[in-house]
Design a protein around this ligand. Structure first.
Ligand code: ZN
Length: 479
């Protein structure tokens, strides 16, 4: 016999736009089966793949919730009115009618170690699936973040990177493999993520993040995680996330030490509250110049990933108003209290920065390039080879560090750049001098210093020992 079913607004597009449908059946199970036979589009909204009524859909017979009656076996008469009442989180009917996020049986199995934890559970796993996290960089910090966030089931991961995989990256950038050398990092990270978890949607931005594209790239993500290795991008990421009101999960690393925090939360500081201005260029060496323990970005990247997951789940105490300092050599974790700076130019009440600026200029990078353009006399590796073969009378000075000399050398006299002022008396300004380092930058500074000290016959080896290895003697290892 026919029963009357009331269709709620969000589901009407799937029931021929009807508010009411007449369906025959003698039990609630039969009625529901016949309803979805008539209107097939309703099925996925009402039932799971294995045929159970979805947990966020309630069915009432008259005023009674069938969960309190005899479930689907409840007998139906033609006087009964059946109401379908889905949970609605507000918003427009169109939004409510979007397919609800749910886990497939494969996903339930994949995430089972999460699902049995009360702190995550089905609710938390669905939050992870709905979350959109943007990783700036797929290098040392970005690699472990991408791998663990992908494995954990974060539904959408954005990756920003324009670099290609270099052989020297492999010591720490574990999203990339030996076979990926020379390949865009975006491609290799994407392939690695697809292997770890094909459920993850990866959105790639193979571009250099800058003031012209940052707002557009960041705007659709819930959380930004900063895996950059340079100050201009770090300030850019901070400012863009503050302007867009998004949490910025931060870490940075150097040699054996790292720091981490969560910036850009309503009740917490931003990166500029902590460091209003960048250090002068050259004061803090980059990883390429100063080195980094390969494990360290793993340690810090996993701390960042942990904070991202906690923010998504709304669980625990986020690293807000706190700066975590990690010293891997001592294996010590210290914590400093941070406070929002009321004078902060971007998150303070009297902010002076209302849109993104030129971050290269802000960090003095352009100025440094200008200084480096002050030319010093140079010699090429080919010219040096000729002079060596002729056994010319000249002094070769190596201004690298002793541990670099151990990796490779050209039999030069070792005087590290920092020791040059106190050891300049060891050199004779009457001699022909060629100065070299790894790439030619430090030796350029040394030549500039020596010329100011009165040395006239001093030249810089262009390209340093790297150029020597490339163009003269490949048996000299590059580092
Ligand atoms: Zn601030």
């Amino acid at each position: 016999m026919p029963a009357k079913i009331l269709i709620p607004t969000p589901l009407r597009p799937y029931a021929g736009k009807n508010a009411e449908v007449q369906v025959t059946g003698s039990t609630i199970a039969e009625v529901m089966e016949n309803l979805t036979a008539q209107h097939n589009g309703l099925r996925r909204h009402l039932f799971t793949d294995d045929g159970r009524l979805r947990s966020f859909v309630n069915v009432y017979v008259n005023e009674q919730d069938i969960r309190y009656l005899q479930k689907e076996a409840t007998a139906i008469s033609d006087k009964d009115v059946i109401s379908i009442v889905p949970s609605i989180a507000g918003g427009s009917p169109a939004a409510a009618a979007e397919p609800p996020v749910k886990l497939s049986n494969d996903e339930v199995l994949r995430y089972s170690r999460h699902l049995i934890m009360p702190e995550v559970g089905m609710e938390g796993q669905l939050k992870l699936k709905k979350a959109k996290v943007l990783l700036i960089g797929t290098g040392g910090l970005g690699s472990p973040m991408a791998l663990y966030l992908g494995a954990a089931g974060v539904g959408t991961i954005g990756l920003v990177d324009f670099d290609v995989v270099d052989f020297t990256n492999l010591q720490r950038q574990i999203a990339h493999g030996t076979k990926d050398v020379g390949r865009p990092k975006m491609e290799s990270a994407r392939a690695r993520l697809a292997d770890i978890n094909p459920e993850v949607k990866v959105i790639g931005f193979e571009t250099r993040l800058d003031s012209s594209n940052a707002m557009e790239i960041l705007k659709d993500f819930d959380i930004v995680a900063d895996g950059t290795d340079n100050f201009p991008t770090r300030y850019l990421v901070n400012d863009a996330s503050v302007l867009l009101g998004k949490p910025n999960v931060y870490a940075s690393i150097f040699r054996f030490e790292g720091q981490a925090s969560v910036f850009g939360m309503p009740d917490g500081p931003c990166y500029r509250c902590l460091y209003p201005e960048p250090p002068p260029p050259g004061l803090v060496p980059s990883c390429a110049e100063g080195g980094v323990l390969g494990i360290l970005p793993g340690l810090l990247g996993v701390i960042q990933a942990t904070e991202v997951i906690k923010l998504i789940l709304g669980a625990g105490e986020p690293l807000v108003n706190r700066l975590l300092l990690v010293d891997a050599l001592a294996m010590s974790f210290r914590e400093l209290k941070l406070r929002k700076n009321p004078e902060c130019p971007i998150c303070g009440p009297n902010r002076t920065i209302h849109k993104l600026i030129d971050y290269e200029q802000f960090c003095g990078i352009r100025g440094e390039e200008f200084v480096e353009e002050i030319a010093v006399p140079e010699i090429t590796v080919q010219e040096l080879k000729v002079r060596m073969d002729r056994k010319d009378d000249f002094v070769l000075v190596d201004v690298r560090e002793p541990h670099e000399y151990q990796i490779c050398h050209l039999n030069g006299t070792l005087i590290p750049l920092g020791d040059l002022p106190s050891r300049v008396h060891e050199l004779n300004s009457a001699d022909d001098i060629v100065v070299h380092c790894r790439s030619g930058v430090r030796s350029g500074k040394a030549v500039d210093f020596l010329r100011k000290a009165g040395f006239r016959k001093v030249k810089n080896l262009k390209g340093g020992i790297l150029a020597w290895s490339d163009q003269i003697d490949p048996s000299v290892p590059k580092y």
